[in-house]
Every structure is written in C-alpha cells, then in structure tokens.
Ligand binder design. Structure first.
Ligand SMILES: [Zn+2]
Length: 393
C-alpha cells in the first residue's frame, strides 16, 4: 500500500508540475500590448459585417467566414455597467478598460471617491515602453481620453486637451480623426506643442508622419478635413477625400512606436470610434463599413507584426466598450442571403447593457477567456507586461 500511495503522490506531483509549466509558458510576459476598441461594436455589428462581406459560405476547411480577429484563439465576453448606471457610456467604459476602475457615466479617469488611477499607458511608460493612442474620432474624445486624461467631465474637452501637455507619462503618439475645441486654436496648439517638443500632424503634412521625420519628438495628430471631428465614414468617401484611413494611421503609428521602443516594447490603443456614431444614428451601412475598416486595421497590424518578427511577443486584445443601438439581424426569414439581403433592426439610439465580446491572442491572452467584467481587460494587460510570481490568472 505504501508503495502504491507514494507512486500515486508522485504522479500527482508530476501532473501538477506539468500543469504549472504549461501555465507558466502561457503566462510569459508580453513585450508589446495592443488593445483595439470598437466603440459600440456589439456581436451583431461584427456578424453583420461578416455577412455583408462574405455571406454565409464556408471556407475550404468548412469553417464559417471570419474577420481577422475572429480567428484569434481566445474568446470571452464582458459585462460593462458603470458605477452609477447599468448602461455605460464611453468615458466610464474607457476608464474601466484603461485603468481597471469603475466610475460614473460622464467621468473620465476619476473614480467616484476622487482617485485618479494609473492607466495601462502610464504603466507601460513607467516600464520604459513607447505608448500610442489612436482613434478615428477626436483625440480628446472619451475613449482615447481615458488613456491619458483625468476629468470630472468627458465634455470638458479643452481641459482634456491641456492634459496632453501636462500628463506625467505622456503618450509618444496621440492621434485622432479630429479635435473637439472651444478655445484651442491651431496656433495655440502649435505654440504649446513647440514648448513640449511635440510635432503636430494634420492632413497637410501627413506624408511626414514617418520615424525619420518625427525623430525623438512626440506626435499629436488630427486629420479631420470636413469639420465633423472624425475620419469620414469609409462608406461616404469620394475619390477627392484626402483624409487618411484608420488602417493607414494604424500602420504609421506602429512604425513610429517600433522605431522608438527599442527592446522594451510598446502599448498601443486603437479605437474604431465611428462604429458608435453610426449606430447612434441607426445607420447600418456606415456602421458595417466602420467595422470592416476596424478589421482592416487589425489585419494590417497582424501583417506588420509578422514582418517585424513581433507577432509572438505581442498580446492583442479586440473588444468593445459597450454595444450601441441594440442592433439585431431580423431577416431574411425563410430566404437565404443569396435571395435577400440581411435586414437590420435597431431597438435604441443609445448604448445598451448587452455584454460585449473579447477576442485575444498572444502572451497572457488566455486569461481573457470566459465571462469577465471589462475591468479585467486592464488586469490582463497589466499582468502581461508586469510579470507576477506564481501561476494562474
Ligand atoms: Zn456612444
């Protein structure tokens, strides 16, 4: 009996050791972290884009058609209520994703008890990493703002802009589709930027947004040409449109970050902000166009990382801050997509409380599996760039 018992204990010991080493291997540190936020991008918005682009035909392996990030190995979903509302807004949700803290709707980077928590961008900077924050809407809008600013009101856009110049751990690259401003003129921005060794990029010098032209300076970019404070919907562009696409700004930002990150890696947040705006307006076509543009930015990112041999080192998380519009796909019923197009129904012109999906790959990504709150996205990213002793999540 004694012998058998010791053998079985040994076996248990081996099994535990094997599990431990597997978990440790999966939990190895990420050199780079990229967080893609599709603002308002519920699961219906994603699949509407899939069905528009690919229909229902299976691929050669018999799999249903997938966007780039739907091929990631880890999949979860998150609740997203705020401190004071079951249905969140982008500032409370952005704060939860950026710093792991719940706050009230309308508040940016400040907790209900008045704390200003560090963001994942702060943590990355403190470790010597390069940081980029990129959005297809205003750089001082709620979602990008949650990664660098602290304000009792998301609508205090001028204060949020001034924090670009006063932040303790400023982003190396901060780019939006536009800027919300009451008092910040181009000249004022230019003067403040010059004092802080920041180079400003607009549609007129976009081609200079390259590592050799930027050098060691920080970057502030806003590229709105039509004064709608966003990159124009991809579905409304004409041949004369000069505004860059989100996919171009994403690859340019990656180039800048990789040129200045050295061996320490980088953190990048990319927001597809116009998905939300289209869904508030209950416009399915533009919303789908923006999901596909968001997907193109992710696909291009995967390609750049692969070419630079950085794919294995990079944790990539794709999620939404909340769903917008209560979108459902109600038809066609008793017809195929070959016979009739998808029929959409929006049940709201605001956000909804539906949990949103999380797709993830790379070191640390497995901890995003299953059901979590969106604050866990911050915890998972933080754990991936700050190695902890021990196993598990
Ligand atoms: Zn919204």
């Amino acid at each position: 009996m004694k012998v058998i018992k010791s053998v079985s204990l040994l076996a248990v010991g081996f099994a535990a050791a094997a599990f431990c080493s597997t978990a440790q291997a999966q939990n190895k540190q990420a050199k780079n972290v990229i967080l893609f936020i599709g603002d308002g991008m519920g699961h219906a918005q994603v699949e509407a884009a899939v069905f528009q682009k690919y229909g229902t035909k299976r691929d050669d392996q018999g799999n249903p058609p997938k966007l780039s990030f739907e091929k990631f190995p880890f999949l979860g979903y998150t609740t997203n209520f705020s401190s004071d509302s079951f249905v969140t807004d982008s500032s409370a949700a952005g704060t939860a994703l950026a710093s792991g803290q719940k706050t009230n709707n309308g508040v940016l980077g400040v907790t209900p008890d008045g704390r200003k928590p560090d963001t994942i961008a702060d943590i990355a900077k403190a470790q010597g990493q390069a940081v980029g924050i990129l959005s297809s809407v205003g750089f001082n809008h709620a979602t990008p703002g949650a990664f660098f600013a602290h304000s009792d009101s998301r609508n205090d856009y001028d204060e949020i802009t001034s924090q670009v110049f006063t932040a303790d751990n400023p982003a190396d690259v901060l780019i939006g589709g536009g800027i919300y401003s009451k008092t910040w003129t181009d000249d004022l921005l230019e003067a403040e930027a010059a004092k802080n060794d920041i180079k400003i990029f607009t549609i007129d010098n976009l081609n200079d947004l390259t590592p050799d032209k930027v050098g060691k300076s920080r970057v502030l970019g806003y590229f709105d040409e039509t004064n709608n404070k966003q990159l124009d919907y991809i579905t409304s562009r004409t041949a004369a449109s000069r505004e860059p696409r989100l996919v171009e700004l994403t690859t340019r930002t990656l180039d800048l970050l990789m040129a200045r990150a050295d061996d320490k890696g980088f953190f990048l947040m990319v927001e597809g902000g116009s998905i939300d705006w289209a869904c508030h307006a209950n416009m399915a076509g533009p919303a789908i166009g923006e999901v596909l543009e968001f997907d193109a930015a992710i696909a291009a990112t995967l390609e750049v990382l692969k070419q630079r041999n950085e794919l294995e080192n990079t944790m990539i998380v794709v999620t939404a801050d909340h769903e917008t519009g209560g979108l459902t796909l109600v038809g066609p019923y008793k017809k195929t997509l070959e016979q009739a197009p998808v029929q959409y129904n929006f049940s709201s012109t605001n956000h909804t409380g539906i949990p949103v999906m999380v797709w993830a790959q790379g070191p640390g990504a497995q901890t995003l599996n299953g059901k979590n709150d969106q604050t866990h996205v911050f915890e998972a990213m933080k754990a991936a760039i700050t190695p902890q002793a021990g196993m598990g999540r």
